[in-house]
Design a protein around this ligand. Structure first.
Ligand code: IPM
Ligand code: MG
Length: 361
C-alpha cells in the first residue's frame, strides 16, 4: 500500500490536544490495516504569528501543497484578538482555504443514538436527524473586494463585498447534487433571494444544474427561514448547499441541534487538495486542561480516510468505534450526562482506538 503524506497543523488553543489524540487513532489504523503515513508538522495561526510573524508561513503552505491531505486542529485565541483582521490567526485559515482552492466544505451533522439527550431539542424533534451542510468556502463576504474601513465625508464606513461568479456557484452546487445522489436525494439550497442579487444568481444556477440530476428533489429556502426550520424539523434535511457566510452560521446551528459542536467534523475539498478539521474553534477557555472533546477531529480523520485515501473501511471502523465508545458511556465534559463516565481528551481517544481493535472484524 502506498504511503500517505499528511500535513499536520495543530494550531492554537485546544488544537494540539485534539490533534495529538487523533494521532492515536491514526496509529491504530496503521496497526490494523497496515496503512502507512508520513506525518509532517507545520505552523498555522497564532503560534505561527509568534514564531514567524505570519499566520500562514510559506513553508506551511508548501508542505500542504505537497501532501495528500491536511489535518488541522484550530486557530485563534485572545492573545491575538487585538490584531487587525488581516494579521489575525484566522487569516491563516482563510488563506489556506483559498490557496488550496478548497471550495466545498462538507459538514455532516447527525444525531448519535447515545447522545440524543445532549440536544437542547425534544427527542421526538431531533430523532433521526442526519444532514450535511455543503458550504461554499472560497468566495462570498469572506474574500470579496472592496473590503475595509474607509473614511467618507469624515465618517468611517465599513465595507465588505458579497461576490460570486457563476462558475464558483456551479462547482459547489454540482458537488452537493452528487452527494445528494448518494444519500436520500434531497437538496435544500439556502439563499436570501428576496433581497440579494447574488442569491438570485445562486438560485438560477441551482435550477440549471437540477436538470442534470432529475432524481434529486430540490427545495429553496431563505436563510432566515432555514435557520428556523432547522430547529423545527431538523430530521427533514438531507443535503443543504449554501454560500460561505450562511454556511458558517447554519453549520454551528446544525451542530448544536444534534448535541454538541464538539462532535462535528468537516472536510474541505477542492479539485487537487483536501483539508480536514473540526467545525469548532480553538476553545481558549479550556485549552491545556486536557478536557476538550477530540471526537470532531477524530471523525474528520475518518472523512480523510474516505475522501482522500479511498479507504472507506477505515473510516467506517473509526465511526463505529466512536459510536461504541459513546454507548459504553464515555463522555468528555461538553457532552456529559447523568450516569455517564466523564473522561478527558486523551482517555476518550484511547478508548476509541481500543474499540477499533475490538470491532475490527
Ligand atoms: C469556521 C470558523 C471560521 C470561519 C473562522 C475561524 C475564520 O468559524 O470554520 O466555521 O468563519 O470559516
Ligand atoms: Mg464557523
Amino acid at each position: 500500500m502506498r504511503k500517505f503524506r499528511i500535513a499536520v497543523l495543530k494550531g492554537d488553543g485546544i488544537g494540539p490536544e485534539i490533534v495529538d489524540a487523533t494521532l492515536l487513532v491514526l496509529n491504530k489504523a496503521r496497526e490494523i490495516f497496515g496503512v502507512e503515513f508520513e506525518l509532517k508538522e507545520g505552523l498555522i495561526g497564532g503560534v505561527a504569528i509568534d514564531e514567524t510573524g505570519d499566520p500562514l508561513p510559506e513553508e506551511t503552505l508548501e508542505l500542504c501543497k505537497s501532501s495528500d491531505a491536511v489535518l488541522l486542529g484550530a486557530v485563534g485565541g485572545p492573545k491575538w484578538d487585538d490584531l487587525p483582521t488581516d494579521k489575525r490567526p484566522e487569516k491563516g485559515l482563510l488563506r489556506i482555504r483559498k490557496e488550496l482552492d478548497l471550495y466545498a466544505n462538507l459538514r455532516p451533522a447527525r444525531v448519535w443514538g447515545p447522545l440524543i439527550d445532549a440536544s437542547p431539542l425534544k427527542e421526538e424533534v431531533v430523532k433521526g436527524t442526519d444532514m450535511i451542510v455543503v458550504r461554499e468556502l472560497t468566495g462570498d463576504l469572506y474574500y470579496g473586494e472592496p473590503r475595509g474601513v474607509f473614511k467618507e465625508d469624515g465618517m468611517r464606513v465599513g465595507i465588505n463585498t458579497m461576490r460570486y461568479t457563476e462558475e464558483e456557484i456551479r462547482r459547489v452546487v454540482r458537488m452537493a447534487f452528487e452527494i445528494a445522489l448518494k444519500r436520500r436525494k434531497k437538496l435544500t439550497s439556502v439563499d436570501k433571494a428576496n433581497v440579494l442579487e447574488v442569491s438570485g444568481l445562486w438560485r438560477e444556477i441551482v435550477e440549471e444544474e437540477r436538470k442534470n440530476f432529475p432524481e434529486v428533489e430540490v427545495e429553496h429556502l431563505y436563510v432566515d427561514n432555514c435557520a428556523m426550520q432547522m430547529v423545527k424539523r431538523p430530521s427533514s434535511f438531507d443535503v443543504i448547499v449554501t454560500s460561505n457566510m450562511f454556511g458558517d452560521i447554519l453549520s454551528d446551528e446544525a451542530g448544536v441541534v444534534v448535541g454538541s459542536l464538539g462532535m462535528l467534523p468537516s472536510a474541505s475539498l477542492g479539485d487537487r487538495h483536501a483539508l480536514y478539521e473540526p467545525v469548532h474553534g480553538s476553545a481558549p477557555d479550556i485549552a491545556g486542561k486536557g478536557i476538550a472533546n477530540p471526537v470532531a477531529t477524530i471523525l474528520s480523520a475518518a472523512m480523510m480516510f474516505r475522501f482522500s485515501f479511498g479507504l472507506d473501511e477505515v473510516g467506517d471502523l473509526i465511526e463505529r468505534a466512536v459510536e461504541r465508545t459513546l454507548e459504553e458511556g464515555y463522555r468528555t465534559p461538553d457532552i456529559r450526562s447523568e450516569g455517564c463516565r466523564v473522561v478527558g481528551t486523551q482517555k476518550m481517544a484511547e478508548r476509541i482506538a481500543e474499540n477499533m481493535e475490538r470491532l475490527r472484524s
